[in-house]
Design a protein around this ligand. Structure first.
Ligand code: HMG
Ligand code: MG
Length: 302
């Protein structure tokens, strides 16, 4: 099949990218990062999460971050909401979209959100209804869709089951997530196929961590199936506190470079995106991790 001509990228850097940072990151830095991402042309930004501050202290400033963002028309700001308590707090901050997040393994569901897969669906159901009634967008993330740090290999049947349950409670779009970056192109395609049993191509997205360096290969494998919506994190930041050892998301700038080279439109200014990546790396006191980011910085310095 022919490849998509346009891809929609959601930068999850401010949320997935920073949730795992040990050092406190000031809200002002998170807000500045969001501003830089929207300046670079990102139209979807996952800004923060409304989870327990005891579980994820780094996201405790969620309301402050949301209040500090100077919103740009045409940009959608999403937040994670695992339950009604999170949704109610999030709703006060006027997100455009909320994300419920379940898992394709029982073990990960317990570790990450302290309940079984079926219980998570029961928690999400009123959240999804309330969000849709309020006119918000809703996404349903399915973590550990190809491999789990606790259960090992995850059968595609689990992804299919979770997709069906998400569909049953009215989640309009699912995100197939390789939380620990163990996916290979064939396994990623199998997980995507499982989600596509219940959702059409316009309602399935990919979210690939790059632990083993295959996130771009998995993006390409999904692109070949027609999937055109992806999460990525500026600077390749990221990781889930309940997936030890897993590294960052695929870097947004790596994805943009690949798409541009393939003639696929992203609407993103790569130079400004690299500036944003450098900004957050400097703020964290680390060298920029992404390959494309480093290459462009080296070229500028030459
Ligand atoms: P729980 O302990 O089962 O919840 O946690 P509970 O309902 O029994 O409540 C216990 C306490 O938490 C109570 O407070 C609640 O008020 C409070 P206490 O009375 O003890 O003082 N509480 C909350 N506080 C703030 N916001 C809330 C909230 N809910 C309850 N929403 C819960 C369940 C889901 C809250 C907990 O397990 C949690 O916060 N987990 C964190 C999960 C997380 O953020 N993980 C990282 C994001 S997911 C991810 O990174 C994967 C993704 O990127 C895709 C991929 O790569 O796979 C999306
Ligand atoms: Mg993630």
């Amino acid at each position: 099949m022919s490849l998509p001509k346009v891809v929609h990228l959601t930068d999850v850097g401010p949320r997935d990218g920073l949730q795992n940072e040990k050092q406190p990151v000031p809200a002002a830095v998170k807000i500045e990062l969001v501003h830089r991402l929207q300046d670079a042309g990102l139209k979807e930004i996952e800004a923060t999460s409304f989870v327990s501050p005891k579980w994820v202290p780094q996201m405790a400033d969620n309301a402050e971050v949301m209040a500090g963002i100077q919103r740009r028309p045409g940009v959608r700001y999403s937040v994670l909401t695992p339950n009604m308590k999170g949704y109610e707090a999030a709703a006060l901050t006027r997100p455009d979209e909320i994300v419920v997040f379940g898992a394709a393994s029982e073990a990960f569901s317990q570790k990450n959100i302290n309940c079984s897969m079926a219980e998570s669906i029961a928690r999400f159901e009123p959240v999804v209804r309330a969000a849709l009634d309020a006119g918000l967008g809703v996404r349903g993330a399915i973590s550990v869709a190809v491999g789990c740090p606790y259960a090992g290999e995850v059968p595609a049947a689990n992804v299919e089951a979770m997709s069906r349950m998400m569909k049953d409670i009215g989640v309009p779009l699912v995100v197939v997530c390789d939380t620990i970056g163990v996916g290979t192109p064939n396994k990623t395609q199998a997980a995507m196929e499982a989600a596509l049993k219940h959702y059409d191509i316009d309602h399935v997205a990919g979210h690939f961590h790059d632990t083993y360096g295959l996130a771009l290969a998995n993006t390409l494998a999904s692109l070949e199936m027609g999937v055109y919506q992806y999460d990525a994190a500026v600077g390749g930041l990221g990781g889930c506190p309940y997936a030890k050892g897993a590294t960052g998301n695929v870097a947004t700038e790596d994805v943009v470079f690949m798409m541009q080279g393939m003639g696929i439109e992203t609407g993103i200014d790569l130079d400004k995106l690299v500036d944003a990546a450098q900004f957050i790396s400097d703020a964290l006191g680390r060298p920029l991790a992404s390959r494309v980011g480093r290459a462009i910085l080296n070229k500028r310095a030459a």
